[in-house]
Design a protein around this ligand. Structure first.
Ligand code: GDD
Ligand code: MN
Length: 393
């Protein structure tokens, strides 16, 4: 089957949550000028997958209208490989968007990507599949050059430096995504459809994995070592442009992740006003003791902050954890984190003043800033983490 695909004007891409239960895995092969590789890679992948997942997978070639007619060669192969589908995308270029366009038409429950130039060995697919394929399996299985069993065959010093440099840059700009994977540059991985379905994806350039980790609900990650093979035929399409796009892509992710932190700060500020107002009411109207008033005021502020954060700051996460019990669980965690925050705040204030900071108010401000960031991180990791997606409530 050969389909023609025309450009997608807005550049914002979404993947449907609906899968075909007959198909366990959809593996996308992005291609540009791979006429000498396409037949062999399809043959190797079909052999491997016929063994692991007989009749339950599909291969999707997404070709950007290669002048060497890779798409046409691939289309001819479909007679021999019924599991193969081919997309010829016209008037649009780009590795990352090609992969997502492929996933958009994919039917499988697990979505994957592999280079079509034989630099990614199909042998490790078995281990990757095993990592995602059980009830509490990984959300993401990445083939990595930087774990045991991984490596690069004959890379020049320059290429190694560029690759590591790109990784370090990623760690600086977008540590919460890039820092989770030993090989964030990998273009060989499998991801659960439900982890990225219905997210607004807007990748740029080459590094689709960064987008998946940055926008998906990825809880558990598995890594499988592999040796990056030398290219036997054709050329890499990487140019300076891809490095620029990579930086732009990281900045885009940084911005959208900072938006969450910003909302958290706004909600936190609203809590300060709630706290002050309640404190005033309890003191002036009900004449409660100071500590008692403060405790109640703080608790009301915590409830206020929770409601806004649950609905707004982390709304996308809450929606995936429906039900009153789960909400209560998130609230209890949030409450505990906030109370621990208060203790940490007092501790830090003491340490700062003891270490010689002159102004108590300045020290208190620094302590509040630290604790706010701490609160944010712990709550991202604990309260609004997608923990029990598979457990019915
Ligand atoms: N559809 C489409 N459109 N495919 C493309 C495009 C494009 O614009 N550009 C490249 N491809 C395809 C290639 O045909 C190949 O199958 C795959 O994407 C990877 O492209 P290469 O140009 O061979 O990339 P590379 O080997 O230099 O870079 C690889 O580096 C990583 C490791 O650092 C990436 O491709 C990663 O996948 C890989 O893990
Ligand atoms: Mn390559």
């Amino acid at each position: 089957m050969l389909s023609l695909l025309t450009p997608n004007p807005q550049g914002l891409l979404q993947i449907s949550a609906i899968a075909d239960h007959q198909i366990a895995l959809s593996l996308v092969l992005p291609t540009y000028q791979e006429k000498h590789n396409i037949e062999l890679i399809v043959e190797q992948l079909a052999a491997k997958l016929d063994y692991i997942l007989p009749g339950a997978y599909e291969l999707i070639v997404v070709d950007d209208d290669s002048p060497d007619l890779t798409w046409s060669i691939a289309a001819e192969l479909t007679a021999q490989y019924p599991q193969l589908r081919v997309i010829r995308r016209v008037d649009e270029r780009g590795l990352a968007t090609a992969v997502i366009r492929g996933w958009q038409i994919a039917r499988g429950q697990v979505l994957g990507v592999i280079d079509a130039d034989l630099q990614h060995p199909p042998e490790v697919l078995g281990q990757m599949w095993a990592a995602v394929n059980h009830d509490h399996g990984a959300d993401l299985a990445v083939a990595s050059r930087n774990v045991e069993g991984g490596g690069v065959s004959e890379w020049s010093i320059l290429r190694r430096i560029l690759s590591r440099g790109a990784q370090i840059l990623g760690l600086i700009i977008f540590p919460e995504g890039v820092g989770r994977i030993s090989d964030p540059m990998s273009g060989y991985f499998l991801v659960q459809r439900e982890a990225i379905a219905d997210k607004i994806l807007s990748p740029l350039g080459y590094k689709i994995l960064v987008e998946v980790v940055g926008r998906g609900q990825i809880d558990k990650i598995a890594e499988v070592g592999y040796e990056f093979q030398e290219r036997q035929s054709g050329d890499s399409k990487v140019t300076g442009k891809q490095y620029i796009e990579y930086i732009q892509h990281l900045l885009r992710l940084r911005l959208s992740h900072s938006r969450r932190l910003l909302l958290f700060l706004v909600v936190g500020l609203s809590g300060v006003f709630v706290d002050m107002a309640i404190f005033y009411l309890l003191r002036e109207n009900l004449h409660l003791a100071m500590s008692q008033s403060k405790f109640l005021a703080a608790e009301v502020a915590i409830i206020n902050n929770f409601m806004w954060n649950d609905r707004w700051t982390f709304g996308d996460v809450s929606i995936r954890q429906p039900g009153k019990r789960r909400k209560l669980r998130r609230f209890i965690k949030f409450n505990l984190v906030c109370l621990m925050g208060v203790i940490l705040n007092i501790l830090l204030l003491n340490i700062l003043v003891w270490s010689g900071i002159k102004s108590e108010y300045g020290a208190n401000f620094m302590a509040i800033a630290c604790v706010t960031i701490w609160n944010y991180w712990i709550n991202v990791k604990l309260s609004w983490r997608v923990t029990d997606r598979n457990n019915p409530d």
